[in-house]
Ligand binder design. Structure first.
Ligand code: NAD
Length: 249
């Protein structure tokens, strides 16, 4: 409890706070993480459905996964308490930006106004030939007729606006994330295993620039040694406690 109080004090005194989030923050909304207990990678080989060369060779595997797993789970998800607290911290504290590895759009649904999506979003699907955009619902309908789905305008192949394995991150998005990281005086990392580049780089850069760092994650991370505060527990439990302590101060 002392750590929660201390983190709340940091939130309160921060003049430019940034949150960095990973799959763990959406786990309590019902979206499985990739790694760890119940992780998607235990069931689905990421090399087959999340790798760009395999997607270009045979997109039908990814679209099967989209139709059977991704779409049904994303259709019904709602932001949880942890997403809502981060949105609330824009109002009651100086949280300026959420940098996320997630592709589920739940921070925006919760009301966060400045979200940097490092790995893109599954909510937008576009034609690789003419760039025409589609919603997930539209592509789900197209998939009922044909897999892989093709652009209704030009017949081109469709893809989600996410970064596949084997692809580089969008440099403008990455720069924005680094700019925000370098401006912050307090970084709160939530629900990330902090093992994937540039995830690990964000807390490192923040610390190098003199920011304070708190890590909230169910399991330990390789960057815990660097943090001023570590809470190994569920985000949906810890973030509301931080918020409560903020109000009581
Ligand atoms: P990860 O799957 O590697 O790690 C998730 C971490 O969250 C784990 O360390 C686990 O201990 C922790 N965790 C699980 N449940 C938690 C909870 N309730 N509260 C707090 N922590 C919890 O995820 P990652 O580090 O974010 O990186 C993997 C990549 O997977 C990301 O780049 C992301 O693009 C992608 N991904 C996104 C989603 C999504 O959009 N919701 C879901 C799965 C994977």
């Amino acid at each position: 409890m002392d750590t929660i109080k201390a983190v709340a004090a940091e939130v309160k005194s921060s003049r430019y706070m940034v949150a960095f989030t990973g799959a763990g923050i959406s786990a309590e909304s019902g979206i499985p993480t990739y790694r760890g207990e119940g992780g998607l990678w235990n069931k689905y080989d990421p090399n087959r459905y999340a790798n760009i060369s395999n997607f270009l060779q045979d997109p039908s595997y990814y679209w099967n996964f989209f139709r059977d797993v991704r779409y049904p789970s994303l259709k019904k998800v709602r932001p949880n308490e942890a997403h809502l607290v981060l949105a609330g911290l824009e109002e009651v504290a100086n949280l300026k930006t959420v940098i996320t590895q997630n592709i589920d759009g739940l921070h925006q649904d919760a009301g966060s106004s400045s979200v940097v999506e490092l790995h893109g979003t599954t909510r937008i699907i576009y034609c690789m030939n003419c760039s025409k955009k589609y919603s997930m619902d539209e592509v789900f309908s197209l998939l009922e007729v044909k897999n892989p789905p093709l652009c209704s305008g030009c017949g081109g192949k469709l893809r989600p606006a996410v970064v596949f394995f084997g692809e580089s991150l969008n440099p403008q998005v990455l720069n924005k994330a680094y700019e925000e990281t370098e401006k912050c005086d307090f970084l709160l990392a939530v629900g990330s295993s902090l093992v994937v580049y540039p995830a690990a780089d964000i807390p490192l850069r923040a610390k190098q620039r003199g920011a304070r760092l708190a890590i909230v994650n169910k399991d330990r991370t390789p960057l815990d040694y660097l943090a001023d505060y570590v809470v190994n527990d569920e985000a949906g439990k810890v973030l509301p406690l931080i918020f409560e302590n903020l109000k009581n101060r």
